[in-house]
Design a binder for this molecule. Structure first.
Ligand SMILES: CC(C)(COP(=O)(O)OP(=O)(O)OC[C@H]1O[C@@H](n2cnc3c(N)ncnc32)[C@H](O)[C@@H]1OP(=O)(O)O)[C@@H](O)C(=O)NCCC(=O)NCCS
Length: 155
């Protein structure tokens, strides 16, 4: 089995979009993925030539935002998400001092993955995400410090 984390190519976008539609009830559009592929740090995890997950990071000056990631449902729980996220962060070209993300409060799998990757909660946006049943869900805001230079975080 050959596992490769690599840059998302234009030909990968349909496979990425198919994964997104399997995991989100408000999926990004195909156009949003095409745009992300061209403009952001967009990576895929490829196992024996098959795209099994994606991760989209937006570098902004000396920081980055984790916008979206997913692993195809039938391949979750095998360590692919961790490997993808770790390598996506390590290949960011702007060497960010910190990385931000927001995640649904009830998405315990994602929160556990992010905590394993040394993200921690810094804030919460109340009733940020709509749910399918018409209720709303809080967004947990998390950050990962990528620098040992504590002062650089406050410049
Ligand atoms: C979140 C997601 C990307 C994790 O990917 P994955 O390949 O299943 O995760 P991994 O197998 O690499 O697991 C890494 C860590 O994540 C955590 N984790 C993963 N699945 C979990 C689950 N079902 N319950 C609790 N923790 C979980 C664990 O800490 C795990 O480490 P461990 O195996 O040492 O316990 C995947 O569940 C997914 O695609 N979910 C749907 C889309 C989504 O929610 N994306 C994130 C928000 S945009």
């Amino acid at each position: 089995m050959t596992v490769v984390v690599r840059q998302m190519q234009a030909v990968d976008v349909n496979a990425v979009y198919a994964i997104e539609k399997e995991v989100q009830f408000h999926p990004w559009s195909l156009t949003q993925f095409q745009d992300a592929q061209q403009n952001y740090h967009s990576m895929v995890i490829d196992v024996d030539g098959e795209v099994r997950g994606f991760c989209i990071l937006q570098p902004v000056l000396d920081e980055a935002n984790l916008l979206l990631m997913a692993i195809s449902p039938k391949y979750q729980g095998q360590g692919l998400g961790y490997q993808l996220l770790e390598q996506s962060i390590n290949t960011l070209k702007n060497a960010p001092i910190q990385i931000f993300l927001e995640v649904r409060e009830r998405n315990l799998a994602a929160i556990a993955l992010y905590e394993k990757m040394a993200f921690h909660q810094i804030d919460m946006r109340k009733n940020y995400y709509p749910n399918q049943d018409g209720t709303r869900e809080h967004a947990v805001i998390m950050v990962k410090a990528c620098s040992d230079d504590f002062q650089s975080l406050f410049r």
